[in-house]
Design a protein around this ligand. Structure first.
Ligand code: C2E
Ligand code: CA
Ligand code: CA
Ligand code: CA
Length: 279
């Protein structure tokens, strides 16, 4: 039967609510995907608003599914989290990011920060810091160029353990960003008591700029709060010049969004960087 690409994309999610069999099938497929090299990282540049330079990239998972084509993380991360598969997948992501970080030095783009997402579920692994330490030690990378992004809710399951992980990793030179900041229940004490050097303003606020005065107030407040604590701010989901201008006026540090670049495969990123270096 012919498959409509638009609907097949949601295939798993829909079925998930219908039968546990599909959940198992997806889990098996994902497990094989990890082993079979079907997972791939895409890289989305983050631009420094003051210098217009690419400060870093966020690593974003994609699944090259043999039948369904490119599948986005929203389709499979929830299942990976429920099944615990996100733990080995998460380590693979860090390993891959470290490899690319090394390549960057060889290619002549030193100093590029690689940001990797951490799932709440990875904090259930009691060997998290140990394993991450082994990965970065083997890869022999400059840990100050590695940034881990997590949401505040990721630490809720066992806040003390999570805090310890953050501190230990921070001592190795790794920095942390609070993702989707402003959604959920942000707690100011997190900013104060955790080794957080960056907050990422959720794209839902950025995309309401110009339509809602509240979004403006919230963004202003986040930036001023963060800056008063010496924390940098990245705005995500920047798609228009208008959004960019507002963020510039508010002294937002960096932006990430389709306006500058979409997430792209590694080869495209290398070309993107080469083009920028030449001009
Ligand atoms: P996130 O961490 O909030 O990542 C940002 C998402 O916003 C990405 O979606 C990115 O493609 C998208 N985005 C960036 N700029 C724009 C824009 O201008 N407009 C719009 N509409 N969207 C923009 P993506 O790649 O689909 O990832 C979705 C989520 O999946 C991520 O949200 C993150 O929570 C999760 N994810 C991705 N990779 C990983 C991973 O390696 N591990 C874990 N645990 N989660 C991951
Ligand atoms: Ca993120
Ligand atoms: Ca985010
Ligand atoms: Ca998100």
């Amino acid at each position: 039967a012919k498959r409509d690409p638009g609907t097949s994309y949601r295939f798993y999610d829909r079925q998930l609510h219908i039968s546990a069999g599909y959940q198992l099938r997806l889990e098996t497929d994902l497990r094989n995907a990890l082993r079979g090299g079907e997972l791939e990282l895409y890289y989305q540049p983050r631009i420094d608003l003051a210098t217009e330079e690419v400060r870093g990239v966020e690593c974003l998972l994609r699944w090259n599914h043999p039948e369904r084509g490119l599948v986005g993380p929203d389709e499979f991360i929830p299942v990976a989290e429920r099944s615990g598969l996100i733990v080995p997948i998460g380590y693979w992501v860090i390993e891959q990011a470290c490899k690319r970080l090394q390549e960057c030095t060889e290619l002549g783009f030193p100093g590029l920060v690689f940001a990797v997402n951490l799932s709440f579920r990875q904090f259930h692994d009691r060997k998290m810091t140990e394993t991450i330490f082994r990965i970065i030690f083997n890869a022999n990378v400059d840990t100050s160029l590695l940034e881990l992004e997590l949401t505040e809710s990721a630490m809720m399951h066992d806040p003390e353990y999570a805090q310890r992980c953050l501190r230990e990793l921070n001592q190795l030179g790794i920095s942390f960003a609070l993702d989707d900041f402003g959604t959920g229940f942000s707690s100011l004490s997190n900013l104060q008591h955790l080794p957080i050097s960056l907050v990422k303003i959720d794209k839902s606020f950025v995309q309401e700029l110009g339509q809602s005065a509240d979004a403006e107030h919230i963004i202003r407040a986040i930036i001023s709060l963060a800056h008063s604590l010496q924390i940098s701010v990245v705005a995500e989901g920047v798609e228009t010049e208008g959004q960019l201008e507002f963020l510039r006026q508010q002294h937002c540090d960096e932006i990430q969004g389709y306006y500058f670049a979409r997430p792209m495969p590694w080869q495209d990123l290398v070309e993107f960087m080469n083009r920028r270096n030449q001009s």
